[in-house]
Design a protein around this ligand. Structure first.
Ligand SMILES: *[C@@H]1O[C@H](CO)[C@@H](O)[C@H](O)[C@H]1NC(C)=O
Ligand SMILES: *[C@@H]1O[C@H](CO)[C@@H](O)[C@H](O)[C@H]1NC(C)=O
Ligand SMILES: *[C@@H]1O[C@H](CO)[C@@H](O)[C@H](O)[C@H]1NC(C)=O
Ligand SMILES: *[C@@H]1O[C@H](CO)[C@@H](O)[C@H](O)[C@H]1NC(C)=O
Ligand SMILES: *[C@@H]1O[C@H](CO)[C@@H](O)[C@H](O)[C@H]1NC(C)=O
Length: 422
């Protein structure tokens, strides 16, 4: 790789930008066979130290963060994680300002990881312009991102808050925004929601913390719910704990015809203990696309796979279909089997997309006992009938001749089908 020969630092930078295996191969080529390209050769003019990169200007979204908290800058030129993994043959580097100065990596406070720039934690002096440069086989692009680090959140509340809107009189969910990099599978240790100094989500209230999804469910949203909320996410990185704080400003609007609409399940579902049960959650999306629609279940405000690690209750596969020009999405909740605990558990189906949000609660009720007695007695009745049948048959056989009995024995197993042989 050319840049490798010209600037050894460039070689070092790429270590954290490439998947390990690819890096291994690249390293060998880079160090032993200097100058032999380890990656598809970028076009001649874009390989220089400063390069001939097209500059895309400043990214529209500023990163407004708090001092002492971790900051993750993702390169907006990489459109999605999906695209990232599908095309690993790119090189992302981070620079300060428009200078060619690469961000010093390896310093524990500033690292690059999966093409992102991590600052753990941020200090006031980190405020400024950051340039991410994306180099691919055929082209090179760069874009500037402005990072602003604030000391005191309260003083700049209106500036740093994310606006979110919910519908009056309905249930709604707030989302702890821009926290994908701190989710549970990446070291997130839980989320706490506050309104002013008050911790929300206590038992029996209208607020419920849906931790795994980093959301706050508000039941029957009312006027006094408007205002500022704060979610605090505890995050562990290489053994060190950090808090990640986001502020949300909730606005309310009056109820209108909303999409999506949950059309099933029913409020209460009858089931007998010990039996299997499937509750489908079916949602009508009108003409809007299922692509951006999330549909999931929670039990006692916990995601199903966390609530039932043993897998007694699971979410079934998601189904999508359309009928009469209307799109539907469906996710069933499967019980195998139903136990007494389910009768006191709060099951909710939740659907959310860019157009709206809906949640529907369903309760499992024990099926009337007479019904289960009937089910229990059915086999007994059948046994009695069969025994009775055999008795009658024996009496009838005794009267019949010896030769005839031989025939019956040979074909005896067919007698229950009540189709006489001749
Ligand atoms: C940069 O690229 C443009 C067009 O792609 C070309 O005209 C120009 O000569 C290049 N500059 C350098 C320094 O390579
Ligand atoms: C950006 O560049 C200016 C001068 O060019 C310098 O004063 C400033 O410290 C730089 N900021 C960062 C974050 O590198
Ligand atoms: C929702 O709250 C309003 C008052 O804010 C109350 O009048 C209404 O009955 C509540 N609705 C439900 C379904 O609890
Ligand atoms: C995170 O916040 C909690 C509660 O506000 C506080 O007790 C804890 O010390 C904070 N942790 C760090 C690492 O700042
Ligand atoms: C849900 O909560 C109810 C009442 O608080 C409890 O009886 C039930 O066992 C809980 N269910 C689960 C799955 O934790």
């Amino acid at each position: 790789m050319l840049s490798c020969r010209m600037r050894p630092a460039g070689c070092h930078i790429s270590t954290s930008c490439f998947p390990r295996k690819l890096w291994g191969a690249a390293f060998i080529l880079c160090t032993l066979v200097m100058g032999v390209p380890a990656f598809p050769t970028p076009s001649a003019e874009s390989t220089g130290a400063t390069g001939n990169c097209s500059f895309r200007g400043k990214y529209f979204k500023e990163e407004l963060r708090l001092e002492g908290e971790p900051v993750v800058l993702r390169c907006p030129l990489l459109r999605s994680y999906l695209e990232d993994s599908a095309n690993p043959q790119h090189l992302v580097t981070w620079h300060e300002n428009s200078s060619a100065q690469l961000i010093p990596v390896g310093e524990p406070r500033v690292q690059t990881k999966d093409d992102a720039l991590w600052i753990l934690p941020a200090v006031r002096g980190d405020s400024g312009m950051y340039i991410c440069r994306l180099r691919e086989a055929s082209h090179c692009e760069e874009i500037a991102i402005e990072l602003k680090i604030f000391e005191d959140a309260e003083a700049v509340l209106s500036l740093i808050s994310y606006p979110q809107t919910l519908t009056l009189g309905a249930d709604g969910m707030l989302m702890c925004p821009d926290t994908q990099d701190f989710s549970q599978d990446k070291g997130g240790m839980g989320v706490w929601w506050y309104k002013g100094p008050v911790l929300l989500g206590g038992a029996g209230g209208r607020f419920h913390n849906v931790e795994e999804k980093r959301r706050l469910l508000i039941v029957n949203v009312s006027m006094e719910d408007a205002g500022y909320y704060r979610c605090v996410l505890a995050f562990v990185h290489e053994g060190r704990q950090f808090n990640v704080t986001r502020h949300v400003r909730l606005r309310l609007h009056k109820q209108t015809d909303t999409v999506p609409v949950i059309i099933s399940p029913l409020d209460t579902i009858s089931a007998s203990l010990g039996s299997r049960l499937t509750i489908p959650c079916k949602v009508s999306l009108g003409t809007s696309t299922p692509l951006t629609t999330s549909l999931w279940w929670i039990a006692n405000f916990t995601q199903i796979d966390s609530a039932y690690p043993g897998g007694r209750v699971t979410e079934g596969p998601r189904g999508e279909y359309s009928a009469n020009g209307e799109n539907f999405v469906e996710v069933p909740l499967n019980f195998d089997p139903v136990i007494r605990e389910d009768l006191s558990t709060d099951f909710r189906c939740i659907v959310s997309n860019t157009l709206g949000f809906q949640t529907l609660r369903t309760t499992v009720k024990e099926a009337p006992s007479t019904f289960s007695w009937g089910v229990a007695l059915a086999p007994l009745t059948l046994v009695l009938l069969v025994l009775g049948g055999i008795c009658l048959h024996k009496q009838w056989k005794r009267r019949a001749g010896k030769a005839y009995r031989l025939t019956t024995l040979r074909t005896g197993f067919q007698n229950f089908h009540s189709i006489p042989e001749k």
